[in-house]
Write a protein that binds this ligand. Structure first.
Ligand code: UTP
Length: 297
């Protein structure tokens, strides 16, 4: 059995330019999907995968993220006094236990790879998960739990992927599978990777499987990230470091069973709100009626 995955890094220091002006003063991870911020879904997903400690890599203007995961004494007292016990319990259930969540500052948004590197001392010498919170994943078995199950089978490094239309591959990081796409066994089967290409020109993608925001990585990635080499867009890219590590360690792609909503994008955020509202246990029927009425207008 490989070493257990106990810790997860959540990089939340990006500027969120694709969701401006909303993300100017409110971290994009605090934008709501229906009735709670995007980050709350990511934390619930991590817990469901057995993660014991979350390291958030934050930046300037993201203090409200820390506050969201702390007690709000006045609010809690008010809810208790008014007998709103169910709501109070729901809010308390979303909080980490003392010491289960750490925050580290990236200080300058130099790229995703740099953000992950900022968590190195808090992760130490053990394998860990990375969750990109703005990639909201709806799945019966939470996406990270699927990745951890795959890791328990094959160890090494796991990249969660999902298929997109061939026409769209040039916008993403795309994985190449050992044996090529003809021998791909399909969803749910961890499949050894041979390479990863960032934004391949149209018609050159090695597969239609894109890197989708959940990773399990070995701590040696930090040694590679420490070189602070810049890649696409002048940023320190996690993809480049993973490609380097692939030369020395096993990487498996796992096509997970679920749907991803890119909440770092205006339409993605809208899609997430509609989808989550429709399947919300209390709000679902009213949401459907409201959406149908809007479509009729
Ligand atoms: P994005 O590619 O979505 O970049 O980052 P961004 O800056 O957040 O948003 P846009 O593109 O300007 O709209 C992917 C993930 O990496 C984090 C982001 O917070 C997001 O979770 N990130 C990115 C950092 O933590 N630091 C960085 O320097 C860059």
């Amino acid at each position: 059995m490989p070493k257990p995955i106990r810790k997860a890094v959540m990089p939340v220091a990006g500027l969120g330019t694709r969701v401006l002006p909303g993300a100017k003063t409110v971290a994009k991870e605090l934008l709501n999907v229906v009735d709670r911020p995007i980050i709350a879904y990511a934390v619930a997903e991590a817990r469901a995968a057995g993660i014991e400690h979350i390291v958030m890599v934050t930046g300037r203007g993201k203090q409200a993220l820390e506050d969201y995961f702390d007690h709000h004494i006045e609010l809690e007292a008010q809810l208790a006094a008014k007998g709103k016990t169910e709501l109070l319990e729901e809010i308390l259930a979303g909080l980490p236990k003392a010491g289960e969540m750490s925050f580290v500052r990236q200080m300058r948004p130099l790229g995703l790879g740099h953000a992950v590197w900022c968590a190195r001392d808090l992760i130490g010498d053990e394998p860990f998960a990375v969750i990109l919170p703005d990639m909201l994943m709806a799945a019966k078995t939470p996406a990270l739990a699927q990745a951890v199950a795959a890791y328990d089978q094959v160890g090494g490094n796991i990249i969660v992927v999902e298929p997109v239309a061939e026409d769209d591959t040039h916008r993403y990081g795309v994985v190449a599978l050992e044996g090529g796409r003809d021998h791909y066994p399909g969803r749910g089967v961890p499949t050894r990777m041979s390479a990863m290409v960032e934004k391949p020109p149209r018609g050159t993608a090695p597969s239609n499987l894109i890197v989708s925001g959940r990773y399990i990585l070995q701590p040696e990635i930090f040694d590679i990230l420490a070189a602070h080499e810049t890649g696409a867009g002048g940023e320190i890219q996690l993809t480049d470091a993973m490609v380097r590590l692939m030369g020395r360690q096993d990487f498996h792609a796992l096509e997970y069973d679920g749907v991803t909503y890119d909440c770092g994008d205006k339409i993605g955020l809208l899609r997430a709100n509609v989808a989550f509202a429709l399947r919300h246990p209390d709000l679902g029927p009213d949401a459907r009626a409201a959406i149908e009425a809007l479509l009729r207008d």
